[in-house]
Design a binder for this molecule. Structure first.
Ligand code: SF4
Length: 460
């Protein structure tokens, strides 16, 4: 797409992001508030006994279960990667890990009532499609044997797919297992950007998978894109978006690249001077917002977009969107159990995290223990703030009067600290307050995690 064509996408005078400084002031990093308290707040003050008690307590919650399975293996070395992963070509290396996962399932599931429905299942990584088809079947069967998986039409069973590791046979296999949602990692379709991040992924690979997924009737297909990558320009991102929109995925995510080479070794393959400037990034976002809106996508919040007929957009319109450890969901909130290295759980009044190190994770299980490493017991204040954050991020508004009624207190007075911290965002036009109601503006949708941070009493 030429610069002129990009300018045509955003008619003069309608720009949403008038000042790149707003993005700098409010948008740099920070938690995405898929839970509150966040993973950064967890301490070592929680034991295996706390987790087993929480699992037992959660049976009385009346909530369905959401299971997350972390597959840490990956055969690639993308320069932008910020994930904890084990890079290997050898799928046999996953075998001992799959046995440990099964041991963890046995230890956790014995505290959960078998009748509880597993309405959500998510496999993330690393790259879950690193596994062979037989390993995937084995893992799925073990999950079914331990927890009793659902075959309800309304279940949300999703898996992250790397198009370089998957073909039409993979998709057919995933569907036969019971997955009904796919999330495809694409990042950018421009070969120059792909080269700069060491991720060569011809467009045809993605197109073939999307065609097959549509043909097989996967309920919802999500594509993951990124902005702020080396070599990316407003024009190149517009071209990628044009092609992606033509593929008609039901959901899209457009996440910002955060350059932290001091923390993530693989990012040392990217030079800071290859990255787009803050002004260029603002232009990219402006273009993306405009193109996606014109194509009929609803901006759900932050990096998430969905077609108007997708369940996420419908749930948001009805005020029934929820947000959990795996992001936005159209289903009712669940008790969340994470399995695998670094996996997070949240149920029965506590939040926990497994060890980030594969060795520590395996050692705990080999000694016959649930591998909880960090955690936190939630206080009443945590619950109130978590509810405020979830409603703000899902509804793009917050009714302090209703929140106060639910928690039987004066929410405006109790959250005075948060409302004070929101003042700069109000001045920058991200949020408006009218009496007892906060209303997030269209620009605020992009930065809603920053607004959520104002409610975070634990932020350092
Ligand atoms: S971004 Fe995904 S595919 Fe690339 S190295 Fe990281 S885990 Fe592997």
């Amino acid at each position: 797409m030429t610069a002129r064509a990009v300018a045509d996408v955003i008619p003069r005078g309608t720009a949403l992001i008038r000042d790149a400084g707003v993005l700098r002031r409010h948008g740099a990093g920070g938690p995405h508030y898929t839970s509150y308290p966040t993973a950064n707040d967890l301490t070592t003050d929680v034991s295996e006994r706390d987790l087993t008690a929480a699992l037992q307590r959660s049976n009385a919650s009346g909530r369905n279960l959401s299971l997350y399975v972390h597959v840490p293996f990956c055969r690639h070395r993308c320069h932008h990667c910020a994930r904890t992963r084990v890079t290997t070509e050898t799928t046999r290396r996953a075998e001992p890990y799959l046995s440990r996962l099964d041991r963890e399932m046995v230890l956790a599931s014995r505290h959960l009532e078998r009748a509880r429905e597993v309405s959500q299942l998510h496999w993330g990584g690393g790259t879950p499609t690193f596994l062979t088809l037989d390993q995937m079947s084995d893992l799925f069967d073990r999950l079914d044997a331990r927890f009793g998986l659902s075959n309800s039409r309304d279940r949300d069973y999703s898996i992250k797919v790397d198009p370089r590791d998957a073909d039409v046979f993979t998709l057919r296999h995933l569907q036969a297992l019971g997955f009904n949602r796919l999330s495809l990692s694409v990042l950018d379709l421009d070969p120059r950007v792909q080269r700069a991040i060491n991720r060569y992924q011809p467009r045809v690979l993605t197109e073939q998978l999307i065609d097959e997924a549509h043909r097989l009737g996967f309920r919802s297909l999500g594509l993951e894109l990124m902005h702020g990558l080396p070599g990316q320009t407003q024009e190149s991102l517009a071209e990628t978006l044009e092609q992606v929109i033509a593929m008609a995925p039901a959901r899209l995510s457009l996440s910002p690249y955060t350059h932290r080479p001091e923390r993530f070794v693989s990012q040392r393959g990217i030079r800071a001077d290859e990255l787009p400037s803050a002004t260029e990034q603002a232009g990219m976002l402006e273009t993306a917002l405009s193109m996606l809106a014109n194509a009929g996508y609803v901006h759900i919040g932050m990096e998430t977009f969905a077609r108007q007929d997708d369940s996420l957009a419908k749930a948001q319109a009805r005020g029934q969107l929820s947000r959990g450890l795996n992001g936005y969901s159209a289903l009712a909130p669940c008790d969340e159990l994470g399995l695998g290295v670094g996996a997070l759980s949240r149920l029965g009044g506590i939040a926990t995290r497994n060890p980030m190190s594969l060795g520590d994770y395996e050692r705990r299980l080999d000694a016959g223990h649930l591998p909880v490493e960090r955690g936190l017991r939630l206080t009443d204040d945590d619950r109130l703030r978590a509810c405020a954050i979830e409603r703000l991020m899902c509804d793009m508004s917050l009714d302090l009067g209703a929140l106060g009624q639910e928690f039987k207190l004066d929410a405006s007075a109790h959250l005075h600290d948060a409302l004070t911290r929101l003042a700069p965002a109000e001045q920058d036009g991200l949020v408006r307050r009218v009496d007892q109601r906060l209303k997030v503006t269209p620009l605020g949708r992009l930065l809603v995690h920053h607004l959520a941070a104002a409610f975070d009493a634990r932020a350092g």
